[in-house]
Ligand binder design. Structure first.
Ligand code: ADP
Ligand code: MG
Length: 434
């Protein structure tokens, strides 16, 4: 009976909207860790097991978490640490040192920070050390238990790990990995990085001391999963104080996600990035338009939010291009449509351009191949096109595989606003996109 009563609580609309903002903002602004990080269960288990072995059994270890920005590397680590902290054994034992390559820009600063975070400034005092290794060994030694039988395990987290590889002689990395390999003291080293090729940056002696364990956070999300994620992110939880309001809100969100124009917006975001961070940015902009006077999110909100998210420098850059360069972009876009995003080379682009020219009687576009090559190079300098993965710079220029770094909408919008764009070029673009 009482349960029913709670369920039927009815709050004034103003109160409900305040609650909606409160709950969703917390979710979108990353002030709280998600209860269960979604889609990374295997990685979570793996990292948990590794860190537990260090924290509880005092084993040494090293591991790298690799994934693009916003993929959830920090989140994964923090949620594992949160779970670990629930065990009293760990609470009593584990020490943590958090370093960031953007802050600790050389190893001396890093060592100072390590000393500070381990609360050993007083122990070190004015002591002077001969080498980095000696200093680190002293610190770890200071952490030994009273009977000196064992040492407390220390977890070193190195965010932006790749930046540490640029430090002189990679001293910090060398020493941390060296300790993690020897039986001196239980040490776990966790590096977070968005560089897949990070191992290439390590010197041989450093690399050989690393365990070569890597945890990858690469997204294999499909569009239906993505739009389901959007729905879940916008939905209110079951324990929302006004159940009826929550029910209506969630139903409206479900309908909204099925709307054609919303799906188009989402598809575009999905094509450019699949991570939570950019999604949260979009949803936050939508949420900011919810008020007592307008207590739902509408498709128009999505369109506007998407426009402000994607208002980008690239489309503006297109306005400064020559007609030839613009034509090449249209030809590439056409190739992209025909070959479904496969990379192309200059030869193919030229052929496509020639097909357009052949349809015309008076050709004012008579460009010599070297001129076209120059235009192509300019586009590459502007990073509107880029060398495709795996294509080598050694290949003859005409045959190098390239990719266009613009999407359909960007090209079309730029064309519409292009000053004095010739009508036939515009028509060609239209026909290419039809
Ligand atoms: N699997 C996930 N489930 C829920 N939220 C996630 C997930 N992955 C990332 N996020 C959200 O995205 C935000 C960005 O992730 P973050 O860990 O900062 O990325 P990275 O460190 O890889 O750049 C996190 O704060 C978190 O709120
Ligand atoms: Mg991070």
């Amino acid at each position: 009976m009482s349960k029913r009563k709670v369920k039927d609580t009815h709050l004034p609309i103003g109160e409900c909207i305040t609650q909606v903002h409160h709950i969703l903002r917390k979710r979108f602004c990353h002030q709280q860790l998600p209860d269960a990080p979604e889609g990374v269960e295997a990685q979570h288990r793996h990292l948990m097991e590794l860190l537990k072995r260090s924290a509880v059994h005092g084993e040494s270890n090293s591991v790298l978490i690799v994934g693009p920005r916003g993929a959830g590397k920090t989140m994964l680590l923090r949620s594992v640490l949160r779970e670990l902290a629930e065990e009293t054994e760990v609470q009593k034992n584990l020490l943590q040192v958090h370093l960031n390559g953007l802050l600790q820009t050389d190893d001396r600063v890093a060592l100072k920070e390590i000393t500070r975070q381990l609360h050993l400034e007083n122990v070190v005092g004015d002591r002077v050390f001969g080498s980095f290794a000696e200093n680190l060994a002293f610190l770890l030694d200071a952490l030994r238990k009273g009977d000196r039988s064992s040492s407390r395990p220390v977890l070193f987290v190195l965010d932006e790990f790749d930046l540490f590889a640029h430090h002189k002689n990679q001293t910090l990395l060398y020493n941390l990995f060296d300790v993690s390999q020897s039986a001196q003291a239980p040490v776990a080293v966790v590096g977070l990085t968005c560089r897949l090729d990070v191992l290439e940056l390590l010197e041989k002696r450093v690399k050989s001391r690393f365990s070569h364990r890597q945890i990858h956070l690469l997204s294999t999300l499909t569009f239906p999963q993505y739009s389901e994620r959007v729905r879940a992110q916008l939905s209110l939880p079951d324990d929302f104080p006004d159940a009826k309001f929550a029910q209506q809100w969630n139903a409206a969100v479900t309908t909204l996600c099925e709307d054609k124009s919303v799906r188009d917006v989402l598809q575009r975001h999905f094509d450019s990035s699949k991570d939570f961070r950019s999604l949260h940015m979009l949803l936050m902009l939508c949420l900011s338009r919810v008020s007592v006077a307008k207590p739902t999110i509408t498709a128009a909100d999505f369109l506007d939010a998407s426009r402000s998210c994607l208002a980008d420098a690239k489309a503006n850059m297109l306005h400064g291009l020559s007609i030839l360069e613009l034509c090449l972009i249209i030809a590439m876009k056409h190739l992209n449509d025909v070959y479904e995003g496969e990379p192309f080379n200059l030869q193919m682009v030229q052929n496509e351009f020639r097909k357009f020219l052949q349809r015309k009687t008076n050709s004012m576009y008579n460009f010599e191949p070297p001129v076209i090559m120059k235009a192509f190079e300019h586009l590459q300098q502007l990073e509107l096109i880029q060398l495709a993965d795996g294509s080598s710079a050694k290949t003859q220029r005409e045959y190098r595989l390239m990719r266009l770094m613009l999407d359909h909408v960007q090209v079309m919008e730029a064309l519409q606003k292009y000053p004095q764009c010739p009508t036939d070029v515009k028509q060609w673009a239209m026909s290419a996109f039809a």
